[in-house]
Design a protein around this ligand. Structure first.
Ligand code: GDP
Length: 597
C-alpha cells in the first residue's frame, strides 16, 4: 500500500539566530479546537499534523491552490548544519526540506553561508525565515499573528525598515546565486526562494512558515514522499544513547517503510554493519505522564515512516550517529542490507596511502562532506575516518610532512583533539584545522599554506644569488682605490648585483666579493641592468687581477641556479635570464654541469 508520508524538515542557521526558539515555538503551537488535536512529540523530532497546520493557517491556505494531502510535517529537533550534514539517507540528506533562519537584524553570518552552501550541495529545497522582526524599532507585537496580518498594523517607518532589511538579505542571496523574495511576492516557488519574516519569540509569521513548508512539500515533493508503507523500514541514526535500564539505544528517524518490533535490523557501525534483533521500540511518554524518570518511554509494536523512534537492541555499542538503519525480514534481506551499509562505509572512509592530508569528522555524513570539499579543492587525502584526532593521526601526518610540508596537516569537523595528540602536534609543528564550518576550516588551511609559502619564498630569496654581468669603466679615472678593497666604477650590463655576491672573470676565476655598492653618495642594496655605480670588491688588486674595461660575472653556485630555475623562476626577468646564460657560458669551461642548463 502506498501512502504519502510527512516530509522531514531540518532547521539551519547561524548560532543565536533563533533555531531553538523557532522549534520551541512550533512545538508549543497548540490549537484550541479538539478536532485538530495537537503536536506529537517523537524521539528527536516533532510532528505537526496537517490539521494543526490547517487550523492555524486558516485563510492563508489559499496561498496554495489545490489540496494538501500530506499527513503532517516532521521537524528534526536537532537544529544546525552539523546535524544536517550528518543525517544522510539515500546518498543525500535525510531532510526533505529545510528552513534556513536568519536574524534579519544581523543578516548573513558565517554559518548562514555554510548552511546555504550545504543546502545547495545536497540540492535540498528550503525556505528562509527572516527572524526577530519584533526587534525592529517601533514594531507592534501581537503574539501568534500571521505575518501579513501583523505587518498591516505597523506604521510606515517600521514597515519600511523591514523592507530595507529584507532587501539586504535578498541582495546577499543574489550574490550566492539565488533569486529570493518575500513569500507573498514570489511568482514561482521553483525558481525563487521564499522569505517569511517571523518573530520566533512571539510566534509572528509561524503560520505562514508552516503553510509554506506544507505547500512546497505537497507541490514539489509528492513523488519523493510517496512510500510503500508496509515495506521494511529504512532510517538514519540521530544519536546513540545510553539509557538507564535499557543499555545502549539508538534514536532513529524512519523515512521509509514500517519498523516492527520483531524485525531484525542492520545498523552502520564505525567499521562494520551490526546485525541485531529489536528488543523494544520506544516513543516518549507525554511529559505530564512522566512520574519516574526511569519510565520515560512507552513501547509500541510498530511505527511507520516518517517518525522518530528509540530502538533498544543488543550490540548497539558500536553504532554510529548519522549511519543507516535497515530493517530486514529474511536472511537474504539481512545480507543485502549488510552489503549496502558496508559499501557506504567503504565509499566514505578513505585509506589511500597517498601523500595527502588526514581528515577526521564526527559522523560519516560530515566526513563525506568535508572530504568532498577538500577533493574539489584538489587537496589529496591520505586518510579520512570518523573519530577524534588522536596521537596516531599526528604521527601519520608527521610522516607525510617529511614528503610534503603542506600536506602534513590534519582537518577535523566537529571533533575533539586528544590531549596527547595536541602536545605532539604543537611540539612537532603539525597544524590542526578544526571547527564546525567546513569552508572556514578550509579557508584557515589555505591562509596558513599561503603564509608558509611566502615565508619560504622570502627565505629562499635571501639565500639565493641572482645572476649579474658588469663591466668596469675603461677609464682609469673610475678606479677610486686599487685594493683592500678595490673601489671601481661599473655599469650593470645584465641582471643584478648585491653586496655579498662573489665575482669571477671571463675565464671563470674568482676575483673577490662585492662589499658594498654606492650610487652617487648613497649605499644601496642592489644595482640592476643599466645602473652606473661604484662597487667595493674585497680581494683583487686593480691592474693585477682586474682591469678597467673588463667584464665580471656573478659567480653563482649550482645550488643558486637550481633554486632559480626550479623555485624562483617567476622572480627572473628577461635581463636576469640573459645574465644567467652568459654566466653558464663562463662556468661550463670548468664544470660540465652548466652545459646541461
Ligand atoms: P539558536 O542558537 O539559533 O538556536 O538561537 P536561539 O533560539 O537559542 O536564540 C538565541 C537568542 O535569540 C535567545 O536569547 C532568544 O531568546 C533570542 N530570540 C530568538 N528568536 C527571537 C525573536 O524572534 N525575537 C527576539 N527578540 N529574540 C529572539
Amino acid at each position: 500500500m502506498k501512502k504519502i508520508r510527512q516530509p522531514i524538515i531540518a532547521v539551519l542557521g547561524h548560532v543565536d539566530h533563533g533555531k531553538t526558539t523557532m522549534l520551541d515555538r512550533i512545538r508549543k503551537t497548540n490549537v484550541a479546537s479538539k478536532e485538530a488535536g495537537g503536536i506529537t512529540q517523537h524521539i528527536g523530532a516533532t510532528e505537526v499534523p496537517i490539521e494543526v497546520v490547517k487550523e492555524i493557517a486558516g485563510p492563508l491556505l489559499s496561498l496554495w491552490k489545490g489540496e494538501i494531502k500530506l499527513p503532517g510535517l516532521l521537524f528534526i529537533d536537532t537544529p544546525g548544519h552539523e546535524a544536517f550534514t550528518s543525517l544522510r539517507a539515500r546518498g543525500g540528506s535525510l531532510a526533505d526540506l529545510a528552513i534556513l533562519i536568519i536574524d534579519v537584524n544581523e543578516g548573513f553570518q558565517p554559518q548562514t553561508i555554510e548552511s546555504i552552501e550545504i543546502l545547495k550541495k545536497y540540492k535540498t529545497p528550503f525556505i528562509v525565515a527572516a527572524n526577530k522582526i519584533d526587534r525592529i524599532k517601533g514594531w507592534k507585537i501581537n503574539e501568534n499573528e500571521p505575518f501579513l496580518v501583523n505587518f498591516k498594523k505597523q506604521d510606515q517607518r517600521a514597515q519600511q525598515e523591514l523592507e530595507t532589511k529584507l532587501w539586504e538579505v535578498i541582495g546577499k542571496f543574489y550574490e550566492m546565486g539565488f533569486q529570493a523574495n518575500r513569500f507573498d511576492r514570489v511568482q514561482d516557488f521553483t525558481k525563487e526562494l521564499a522569505i517569511v519574516p517571523i518573530s520566533a519569540k512571539y510566534g509572528i509569521g509561524i503560520a505562514e512558515l508552516l503553510v509554506l513548508i506544507a505547500g512546497l512539500a505537497q507541490r514539489y515533493l509528492e513523488q519523493k514522499l510517496k512510500i510503500e508503507v508496509e515495506g521494511p523500514a529504512k532510517g538514519t541514526i540521530l544519536e546513540v544513547r545510553e539509557e538507564i535500564g535499557l543499555g545502549t539505544t539508538i534514536d532513529v528517524i524512519v523515512y521509509d517503510g514500517t519498523l516492527r518490533k520483531d524485525d531484525t535490523i542492520v545498523v552502520g557501525g564505525k567499521d562494520e554493519a551490526i546485525v541485531t534483533k529489536i528488543r523494544a521500540l520506544l516513543k516518549p511518554k507525554p511529559l505530564d505522564e512522566i512520574r519516574d524518570p526511569r519510565f520515560r518511554f512507552d513501547q509500541v509494536d510498530e511505527v511507520a515512516a516518517a517518525a522518530g523512534i528509540k530502538i533498544a537492541a543488543p550490540g548497539l555499542d558500536g553504532a554510529l550517529a548519522g549511519s543507516p538503519v535497515i530493517a530486514a525480514r529474511s536472511e537474504e534481506d539481512v545480507e543485502k542490507a549488510k552489503q549496502e551499509i558496508l559499501s557506504q562505509i567503504e565509499r566514505i572512509k578513505i585509506e589511500s596511502g597517498e601523500i595527502g592530508v588526514i581528515v577526521k569528522a564526527d559522523t560519516l555524513g560530515s566526513l563525506e562532506a568535508l572530504s568532498k570539499e577538500l577533493q574539489e579543492k584538489d587537496i589529496p587525502i591520505r586518510k579520512a575516518d570518523v573519530g577524534d584526532i588522536s596521537k596516531t593521526d599526528v604521527m601519520e601526518a608527521l610522516s607525510i610532512k617529511d614528503e610534503n610540508e603542506y600536506l602534513g596537516v590534519i582537518f577535523g569537523f566537529n571533533v575533539k583533539v586528544n590531549e596527547d595528540a595536541r602536545e605532539i602536534a604543537d611540539a612537532r609543528g603539525i597544524p590542526i584545522f578544526v571547527g564546525n564550518i567546513i569552508y572556514k576550516i578550509i579557508e584557515d588551511y589555505e591562509a596558513w599554506r599561503k603564509a608558509e609559502e611566502e615565508a619560504k619564498k622570502r627565505e629562499l630569496l635571501a639565500q639565493t644569488k641572482f645572476p649579474g654581468v658588469i663591466k668596469l669603466f675603461p677609464d682609469e679615472r673610475y678606479v677610486f682605490r686599487r685594493s683592500h678593497p678595490a673601489i671601481v666604477g661599473i655599469e650593470v650590463l645584465e641582471g643584478r648585483i648585491k653586496p655579498g655576491y662573489p665575482l669571477m672573470k671571463q675565464n671563470g676565476e674568482r676575483v673577490g666579493v662585492i662589499k658594498s655598492i654606492k650610487s652617487k653618495s648613497d649605499f644601496i642594496q642592489e644595482a640592476k641592468r643599466g645602473d652606473q655605480v661604484a662597487i667595493a670588491i674585497e680581494g683583487p688588486i686593480v691592474g693585477r687581477h682586474i682591469h678597467p674595461g673588463e667584464m665580471l660575472y656573478v659567480d653563482l653556485s649550482r645550488d643558486d641556479v637550481m633554486r632559480l630555475v626550479k623555485e624562483l623562476r617567476n622572480e627572473l626577468d628577461e635581463t636576469d635570464i640573459r645574465a644567467l646564460k652568459e654566466i653558464a657560458k663562463v662556468k661550463k669551461q670548468k664544470d660540465p654541469f652548466w652545459a646541461t642548463l
